[in-house]
Design a protein around this ligand. Structure first.
Ligand SMILES: NC(=O)c1ccc[n+]([C@@H]2O[C@H](COP(=O)([O-])OP(=O)(O)OC[C@H]3O[C@@H](n4cnc5c(N)ncnc54)[C@H](O)[C@@H]3O)[C@@H](O)[C@H]2O)c1
Length: 338
C-alpha cells in the first residue's frame, strides 16, 4: 500500500484532532499530503489541544493544507455541515478515562454513543469513501482467552467500555443497514508523547523524572499490550484507504504483553530512577471492573492493512521520557489525574 499516492490531496476530516492519538494522526496525514480538516472540541480558551504544539500542523496551516473547525460531536447539525464535502472521516473524538466514567457515565453515552451516531449520519450524508470509527480493547473486559481476536465476546466492564461497545454496534449497523463504508479500528493501549497524565506510562515516567521517591500507583498485576502512538496513527492511515469490507473490525496491538510491575522496571531503566512503589487506593478500580489482561492477536491488521508496529516498547518509552523531560514537576506528577 503506497500511502503517499493513496492520500495525497484527499479531503480527510478528523474528529478528536486535538487529542493524543488524533494529533499524531493529523501529523501523519499532513506528511502524506492529505487535505485535512481537524475538529477540535469547542472551548472558551481558543485552545486546539495538542495541535497548538505541533510544528508540522503550524506549517501546514500556513500553507493551507489543513484547517481547524471548533465543534462538538454531540451537535448533529453541526457535524453534518462540517463533514459535508469530505471524502474520508476518521472519528477519534471520545471521552476516554475509565475512572471519570464511574462518576459521569451519562456524558460518556452522550459523547461516545450519540456523538458517534451523529458522525455516522454525517458521513453517510456526505457519501464518504471510508469512515474509520475508533473502538478500544477495553470492550473485551477481562478476556475469556488470550491472545484476543476480533471475534471475542464484548463485555461492558466499565461505563466507558459499555459506551464504546454501543458505538461499535452503531457503526456495525450502519455498515449492514446502509452499506456505509465504515471500518472499526480497535487499538490496544497506546502510549507516547502528548499522552495525558491520567494514563499509566506518563504517570510513572513523570513521577520518576520529577525525582519522586515513592511512586503512587494502582494495581501492578494487570497486563497490557502497548503500541507506540506513531504506529497507531499509521494504522489509521492504512484503514482510511485499505480494500476491506464494510463493517470490518481490526485490532491494533503488538502481540506482546507486560504487567504494570514489569513496565515500572522498564521505566526505571529508561529514567535511571530507583524509586519504590506505593499503592494508591484511589487508583484501584472496583474489583469486578479491573481488566486483568489485554493481549492482542495482531494477525488481522497484518493481513488486511499490512500493518505492523515499528517502535518497540523500550524505544517508545525512551522517546516518551525524552518528550516529558523538562515538562514535569513533582507536585503535578503526584496529582492523580482522572
Ligand atoms: N489512548 C489509548 O490508549 C486508546 C486505546 C484504545 C482506544 N483509544 C481511543 O482512541 C481515541 C482517541 O483517544 P486519545 O487517547 O487520543 O484520547 P484524548 O482524550 O487525548 O482524545 C480524545 C479527544 O476527543 C475530544 N472530544 C471529547 N469530547 C468531545 C466532543 N463532545 N466533541 C468533540 N471532541 C470531543 C477531546 O477534546 C480529545 O482531544 C478515543 O476514541 C479512544 O477511545 C485510545
Amino acid at each position: 500500500m503506497d500511502l503517499d499516492t493513496e492520500l495525497r490531496g484527499r479531503k480527510v476530516f478528523v474528529t478528536g484532532s486535538d487529542g493524543f492519538i488524533g494529533s499524531h494522526v493529523v501529523d501523519a496525514l499532513i506528511a502524506r499530503g492529505a487535505d485535512v480538516t481537524a475538529l477540535c472540541v469547542y472551548n472558551s480558551f481558543g485552545s486546539r489541544g495538542w495541535l497548538d504544539e505541533s510544528k508540522t500542523f503550524a506549517a501546514a496551516e500556513r500553507d493551507g493544507q489543513v484547517r481547524t473547525v471548533l465543534g462538538d460531536v454531540r451537535d448533529a447539525e453541526h457535524m453534518r455541515t462540517a463533514i459535508a464535502g469530505h471524502d474520508i472521516v476518521l472519528h477519534l473524538a471520545a471521552l476516554i478515562a475509565i475512572p471519570y466514567s464511574y462518576v459521569a457515565p451519562r456524558s460518556y453515552v452522550e459523547t461516545n454513543v450519540i456523538g458517534t451516531l451523529n458522525v455516522l449520519e454525517a458521513a453517510r450524508a456526505a457519501g464518504v469513501s471510508r469512515m474509520v470509527h475508533t473502538s478500544t480493547s477495553e470492550v473485551y473486559g477481562t478476556p475469556d482467552s488470550v491472545p484476543i481476536r476480533e471475534d471475542h465476546a464484548l463485555k461492558g466492564q466499565s461505563p466507558y467500555s459499555a459506551s464504546k461497545i454501543a458505538a461499535d454496534k452503531m457503526a456495525e449497523s450502519y455498515a449492514r443497514s446502509f452499506d456505509l463504508p465504515v471500518v472499526t479500528l480497535r487499538p490496544f493501549n497506546t502510549f507516547g508523547p502528548r499522552q495525558s497524565a491520567r494514563a499509566v506510562i506518563p504517570t510513572v515516567l513523570s513521577q520518576m523524572l520529577a525525582g519522586v521517591q515513592n511512586i503512587r500507583l494502582g494495581a501492578l498485576s494487570p497486563q497490557r499490550d502497548f503500541t507506540f502512538a506513531t504506529d497507531t496513527a499509521e494504522g489509521f492511515l492504512r484503514a482510511a484507504v485499505a480494500q476491506v469490507g464494510n463493517g470490518e473490525v481490526i485490532q491494533l496491538g503488538t502481540g506482546r504483553t507486560v504487567s504494570i510491575g514489569e513496565l515500572v522496571d522498564l521505566c526505571k531503566a529508561v529514567t535511571g530512577s530507583n524509586a519504590t512503589i506505593e499503592t494508591d487506593e484511589a487508583r484501584i478500580r472496583p474489583a469486578n471492573s479491573e481488566v486483568e489482561i489485554l493481549l492482542s492477536d495482531p494477525q488481522r491488521a497484518k493481513e488486511k492493512l499490512g500493518w505492523e508496529p515499528a517502535v518497540g516498547l523500550e524505544e517508545g518509552l525512551k522517546q516518551t521520557a525524552d518528550w516529558l523531560e523538562g515538562r514535569v514537576d513533582a507536585e503535578t506528577a503526584l496529582r492523580y489525574h482522572t
